[in-house]
Design a protein around this ligand. Structure first.
Ligand SMILES: Nc1nc2c(ncn2[C@@H]2O[C@H](COP(=O)(O)OP(=O)(O)OP(=O)(O)O)[C@@H](O)[C@H]2O)c(=O)[nH]1
Ligand SMILES: [Mg+2]
Ligand SMILES: [Zn+2]
Length: 293
């Protein structure tokens, strides 16, 4: 039998077979030997050991079209990078590491700015920065319902993973999409304005209007895949677009004079926050040598 892993908890993988039945499965030991771990989103083959109790083993993992470590998902069509405009404050570098990861894997990426009702001006400004990178941007509020229809249009027919920090409203947005979702959500702590890691595991849900969506646990810092610093600009579409006409070949777009990227930044064609993330990431990658890749 073949199916898709819908969630994984405590060594059990919940595999929805193409017939619709869900089996709870363990992974065969040899996966671990090969260093291969089943992921939510994987297409797998299973061997049923107990049809009554709906139990079995995952015996084979199908080829992945892509895989992410943060959030831990495979085989997605769209990474929906989600943040709140306030409470918690947007973690801009983390957000841009996510867009970089999607672009470097060739996976479509969109940006969802939630809790927009808390600061409309700031939401509009950040939306503009991501639009300059040609990412679809949804400004929305799970609380007021604004933007939720646009979100549904975006997700329709695709396999989408929501990704972002704890407390930004990923589960709330899914609940607001009017599905029969009753996902647990959790208040952001008063003092430090941080989420409380309410969602504990990644789960794949079917959407009534077509497509699937992963609700994922929020996470804090992570590192982008190692790459040569000079390749980073290709992962920022708006920087790549303006990077061809600099005076110096291999321009880092940070310190060199006559830089067409800095010109575009000054004309407002590249967002300042995006550029700041680019510089910070560039500096973290600049000691990477090609033999380390
Ligand atoms: N003001 C406001 N609050 C919201 C909005 N959306 C969600 N919240 C609140 O933000 C808090 C966190 O929401 P969750 O949906 O649990 O956030 P999450 O991203 O799923 O968090 P984790 O599961 O911990 O990763 C809850 O108290 C929600 O009620 C919104 O649009 N506006
Ligand atoms: Mg959640
Ligand atoms: Zn330059």
């Amino acid at each position: 039998m073949t199916g898709t892993i819908m969630k994984g908890i405590g060594g059990f993988y919940y595999v929805k077979c193409d017939s619709g039945t869900v089996f709870s499965c363990r992974a065969r030991g040899r996966f671990r030997k090969d260093g291969q771990v089943p992921m939510v989103g994987d297409r797998v083959e299973i061997e049923i050991t107990d049809p009554e109790e709906k139990e079995g083993y995952v015996t084979k993992i199908g080829p992945r079209k892509n895989q992410f470590f943060r959030p831990p998902v495979s085989n997605i069509d769209l990474l929906l990078v989600t943040f709140a405009i306030s409470a918690p404050e947007p973690a801009l570098e983390l957000i841009d590491k996510l867009t970089v990861t999607a672009v470097s894997q060739g996976v479509a990426c969109a940006v969802c700015i939630n809790k927009a009702e808390l600061n409309r001006e700031k939401a509009a400004n950040l939306a503009k920065e991501y639009a300059l990178a040609d990412f679809p941007v949804i400004v929305c509020s799970a609380k007021t319902g604004e933007g939720v229809d646009r979100l549904k249009d975006l997700l329709k027919g695709k396999v989408t993973a929501l990704a972002g920090s704890s407390g930004v409203g990923k589960s709330s947005l899914l609940n607001a999409m009017g599905e029969n979702f009753t996902l647990k959500t959790g208040a952001v702590s008063d003092k430090i304005q941080r989420g409380k890691h309410t969602t504990r595991h990644t789960e794949l849900f079917p959407l009534s209007f077509g497509g699937f969506v992963f609700d994922t646990p929020g996470f804090g810092s992570f590192e982008v895949e190692k790459m040569m610093a000079q390749n980073l600009s290709a992962m920022f579409p708006e920087i790549a677009k303006h990077g061809g006409q600099c005076r110096f070949p291999g321009c880092s777009h940070i310190t060199e004079p006559d830089c067409s990227v800095k010109d575009a930044l000054n004309r407002g064609e590249i967002g300042q926050n995006r550029y700041n993330s680019y510089c910070a990431l560039y500096n973290s990658l600049k000691d990477v040598k090609d033999w380390q890749l």
